[in-house]
Write a new protein. Structure first.
Length: 125
């Protein structure tokens, strides 16, 4: 409560809204992609597949895909949440540019860059 009062005194409602835009963007991307893939995948059950097993596969594949695609926005949200109430939060484009720049600086070729992204975006954890 002490920190919440301090945040309110210093910034009003603004510090409590940090990460809101990136959260909404992430949820829209995730929800649209998950719902779209799920509905499209459930329309045609491949020959030889049990409909229940196919439905589970489609749900899992849609969830994994939506999680990976929305991962950069989750990263942005976490960066914005971590911003001190005394500082200006990073915009979505600025945070994504920083992620790209940091990724490009990684050594180890494509494997090193993918490993960096996997760790930074916390995919698979």
């Amino acid at each position: 409560m002490h920190e919440a009062r301090r945040m309110w005194r210093r910034g009003g409602v603004t510090p409590f809204l940090f990460g809101l835009r990136s959260r909404v963007a992430r949820d829209v991307v995730f929800g649209a992609l998950y719902s779209g893939l799920r509905e499209r995948g459930r329309r045609k059950v491949p020959r030889g597949w049990n409909p229940t097993a196919w439905g589970l596969f489609v749900n899992a594949a849609a969830g994994v895909t939506a999680t990976i695609v929305s991962g950069p926005l989750n990263y942005v949200q976490n960066m914005q949440y971590a911003t001190s109430s005394k500082k200006q939060q990073m915009t979505i484009p600025a945070a994504l540019r920083k992620l790209v720049t940091d990724t490009q600086c990684q050594k180890g070729g494509i494997a090193g860059k993918l490993s960096f992204l996997q760790q930074r975006l916390r995919i698979g954890e």
